[in-house]
Design a protein around this ligand. Structure first.
Ligand code: F6P
Length: 547
């Protein structure tokens, strides 16, 4: 199991790592290349048609040994095995963590804290496949007998970001017959835009929420329901146009969606780890059951790799150790994720939730304060766009921000020359960050590039469903490994609760007259509602009041 945060062996491993950091302070990454002609080969790993290159970091052999010793001392291998074995490693919620069971081969034998789960997983997968076949073939129609042409996934956070990313990334694999839309924000603008593009007779709404209590998702689902009924559809039409994905059958029934239209998953699936579950229903509809299975199989191959490969060659572990080096040795508080691939433009947002919600913690798994920094701020966007925006800061700003570059060897389009140009830019940026360049003359200090700025490269051969599955699973296991090393609880998210509670209490109507921004808002919201001829906020519940 995970080492106790205060174990002497762990403390010694951290101290050893700190010494390596001190030894390398003042060294430049280029010097490491100069002293080791094999550096690129030694500090990169290729496998699963994926290449991970971390040679452009300040890690050398002794630093790597210290990092691996830290992983050993933290009990990474034991923690990993405990997760796969279904032990309740999500201690603050008393749950197992078994998203790996969702993508296991059919007929596997996973158990959550001793309770077999694989048969249920297989049954839900079969239910999803059968439903998707019906919709895709036209056997499942809307209430007027028309084919379903649009699917709208209503969900937020983990019930949105994964399917949204995968649908965007794998667009060439999606059925052209079925448009996929995603609505997450409670801002009515989000829903209104999508409703403006679809027809009530031809649209299937998937209400995706693990808890089925999420304010934004329920508000959006209610609006979608009202929109369908307002089109003249009878109440009975709801069953043709709404399905739910949740762990909470009672809340789904209370919402008015019948159990036959519900796809379940389980409390041992974290929201941000749920794209592999029924939360991926929109993807089964879009990609078809075989395409979704291919996506799962890629993740499965990464699970096998994570489980069966020594730490020194283990891609998620190596990626985690690089992250630890940058966060805890170099003190980098932020990391940029820059996919040089338009199809992966949503990856930074996905990883932001995966990492920051998992590892943005300041209490250890044993309840004490953490001794060192945990998750960095994760942000980014697609290259080359960023080069004409925030790359200025990456090259010349006062903070060192490690960059994860992500690219694909082969594109899906046939526009000659574009891909070579794109990839040339990716490699050029990684190189420029590392080497830098002195100012041309004493009068131009602003033209100096300090260099010595680290980056890593993740390359996949082609962005197929299976490669994407493997890439996402790699990041899941990287986040897990970092959490074990930091001795934190990566699978809870208590930090999102307070704001939700205050928002609920603010929704209670009260007398006007608050000062500051809240008072300003209430006065203006009232004026706006009057102008629009809407009921006063008191009736509509729009005015808000601080506790
Ligand atoms: O508020 C955070 C969070 O709970 C995430 O962890 C989760 O992915 C998201 O909200 C959505 O939750 P649900 O799927 O229960 O609607």
């Amino acid at each position: 199991m995970t080492a106790h945060a205060s174990s002497p062996a762990l403390a010694a491993a951290w101290a050893r790592l700190a010494r390596e950091g001190q030894r390398l302070a003042g060294t430049r990454i280029e010097q490491l290349f100069a002293t080791d002609p094999n550096r690129t080969a030694v500090y990169s790993r290729a496998g699963l048609l994926t290449c991970f290159d971390f040679s452009r970091t300040l890690i050398d052999r002794k630093a790597m040994d210290a990092l691996l010793a830290l992983a050993e001392a933290a009990g990474v291998a034991d923690a990993r095995d405990a997760m796969f074995a279904g032990a309740p490693i999500n201690r603050t919620e008393g749950r197992s963590v078994l998203h790996v069971a969702l993508r296991a081969a059919k007929g596997s034998a996973y158990a959550a804290n001793g309770r077999p789960v694989s048969a249920e997983v297989d049954a839900v997968r079969a239910q999803m496949d059968a439903f998707a076949e019906k919709v895709r073939s036209g056997a499942w129609t809307g209430h007027t007998g028309k084919r379903i042409r649009a699917v709208v996934n209503i969900g937020i956070g983990g019930s949105d970001l994964g399917p949204r990313l995968v649908a965007d990334a794998l667009r060439p694999y999606l059925s052209p017959e079925l448009a996929l839309h995603f609505v997450s924000n409670v801002d009515g603008e989000d829903m209104a835009r999508v409703l403006g593009r679809v027809s009530p007779e031809e649209t299937l709404f998937i209400v995706a929420s693990k808890t089925f209590t999420t304010q934004e998702t329920l508000a959006n689902a209610r609006s979608a329901r009202a929109w369908v009924l307002a089109s003249g559809a009878p109440e009975s039409a709801i069953a043709r146009h709404f399905v739910a994905v949740s762990t909470n059958a009672d809340a789904v029934a209370a919402f008015g969606i019948s159990p036959e239209n519900m796809f379940v998953f389980w409390d041992w699936v974290g929201g941000r780890y749920s794209v592999w579950s029924a939360i991926g229903l929109s993807l089964v509809l879009g990609l078809g059951p075989a395409g979704f299975e291919e996506f799962l199989s890629g993740a499965r191959s990464m699970d096998d790799h994570f489980l069966g490969t020594p730490l020194a060659d283990n891609l998620p572990v190596l990626a985690a150790l690089v992250g630890i080096w940058h966060r805890n040795v170099l003190g980098c508080a932020s990391r940029a994720v820059v996919p040089y691939d338009e199809r992966l433009a949503l990856l930074p947002a996905y990883l932001q939730q995966l990492e920051m919600e998992s590892n943005g913690k300041s209490v250890t798994i044993d309840g004490g304060p953490v001794a060192r920094a945990t998750s960095p701020v994760v942000w980014g966007g697609a290259g080359t766009n960023g080069q004409h925006a925030y790359f200025q800061l990456l090259h010349q700003g006062t903070d060192i921000i490690p960059v994860d570059f992500i690219g694909c060897a082969l594109p899906d389009h046939a526009l000659a020359g574009h891909h070579r140009l794109l990839m040339a830019n990716l490699f050029a940026q990684a190189h420029a960050l590392m080497t830098g360049r002195p100012a041309p003359d004493a009068a131009s200090p602003h033209k100096a590039f300090p260099g010595n700025r680290p980056s890593t490269l993740y390359l996949v051969e082609r962005l197929t469903p299976s490669r994407l599955g493997a890439l996402l699973a790699l990041h899941e296991h990287r986040v897990f490994t970092e959490g074990v090393i930091w001795s934190i609880a990566s699978f809870d998210q208590w930090g999102v609760e307070l704001g939700k509670e205050i928002a609920r209490s603010l929704l209670r109507e009260g007398p006007p007259g608050e000062r500051g921004a809240l008072g300003w808002y209430n006065r203006h919201a009232r004026a706006e509602d009057r102008l629009a001829g809407l009921p006063a906020p008191a009736a509509a519940g729009a005015s808000i009041k601080a506790n």
